[in-house]
Design a binder for this molecule. Structure first.
Ligand SMILES: C[S@@+](CC[C@H](N)C(=O)[O-])C[C@H]1O[C@@H](n2cnc3c(N)ncnc32)[C@H](O)[C@@H]1O
Length: 297
């Protein structure tokens, strides 16, 4: 079934890319795949067509860790969910890699945390980036908890359309961007008057070791520039021991049964604070943690 095929692709991505290692860098890989997707999807110049395709293939679901948020998702009630392979999608490239149609465990942990604790973290003036946003649920959660400006970034332009639809469904406004931010160093060309991110959320992007390798120095630089960084992950390949030493566990969430089934046995997902100075094992209260975090700036 298609949903499990997608989950399996996520599992296998690092193996496939490892085999291709040496041909191009991870940033190039990401750029290439972004370019390829953009070209493939240029046939869908009309967002209305895309919206119709998304509406026709998904249903509104609350079957995840944050039922407060309604999302257009691929569920067992959708014919596409049971399709044996992408070739059955009548060549419609919209659904060639519809990662946006699944709410992944890492994103679910982040969104749950943001809904429960976001008041302590986000302010009216906060500028938030949801990197690799997929369905955009984390961005929506941040907006619901009062963040001033939320940008949902995903290299898949179809994801950006789905995010707009999901934001509208939840009566919030988020900006979308399909630029590959990881293709260059973090805010390398930042000018004093430019917008900075106060908080970055990264949900389930460690499925791909190559992306994880690019992500780490990028996030290090974000941190140096005073941004708070949070990761959500169920324990994927990219969550290496080296990376774990930079993470502080904030909360682990048990996943609902349907999410476990679709994600090959991942039972839980964790919300981490990313900070190279925190290599400690036990969780702290978030207020204490954020004080500590500010003192490192
Ligand atoms: C496994 S999904 C996670 C989506 C969402 N964060 C969640 O947890 O539900 C990974 C997403 O990252 C996007 N992605 C992959 N590489 C990216 C990059 N370099 N920049 C932004 N998004 C990227 C993919 O298109 C996909 O939608």
């Amino acid at each position: 079934m298609w949903a499990r095929i997608l989950a399996n692709r996520i599992r296998l991505a690092s193996f496939r890319l490892t085999a291709e290692r040496g041909k191009s860098t991870a940033a190039e890989q990401s750029t290439l795949s972004g370019t390829k997707r953009t070209a493939r999807k240029s046939e869908h110049t009309n967002n209305g067509t895309l919206q119709k395709a998304i509406l026709g293939s998904t249903e509104i679901s609350r079957a995840h860790l944050t039922p407060e948020i309604r999302l257009h998702l691929l569920t067992p009630n959708c014919p596409l969910y049971h399709a044996p392979a992408p070739s059955t999608t009548n060549g419609d490239a919209t659904f060639a890699e519809p990662f946006w149609s699944i709410f992944w465990p890492g994103g679910q942990a982040l969104a749950r945390f943001v809904l429960d604790r976001g008041d302590e973290l986000l302010k009216d003036e906060s500028v938030v980036l949801d990197l690799g946003a997929g369905c955009g649920a984390v961005a929506i959660a941040a907006k619901l908890r009062g963040a001033g400006h939320v940008i949902a970034n995903d290299i898949d332009p179809v994801a950006c359309v789905a995010i707009d639809m999901n934001a509208a469904l939840n009566d919030v406004q988020v900006s979308t961007s399909s630029e590959n931010l990881l293709a260059k160093p973090y805010k390398a060309d930042l000018q004093p008057a430019d917008e900075r991110f106060d908080v970055i959320f990264v949900g389930d992007l460690l499925y791909d070791e190559e992306i994880a390798t690019v992500l780490e120095p990028w996030l290090d630089e974000a941190l140096r520039q005073g941004t708070r960084v949070f990761l959500g992950d169920p324990g994927r390949h990219g969550l290496t021991d080296k990376l774990r030493r930079k993470l502080r566990k904030l909360e682990t969430y048990e996943l609902p049964d349907n999410v476990r089934r679709e994600n090959y046995g991942f039972d839980s997902a964790t919300h981490w604070l990313y900070h190279p100075s925190f290599g400690l094992a036990h969780p702290l209260r978030i207020s204490a943690l954020l004080e500590l975090h500010s003192s490192f700036r």
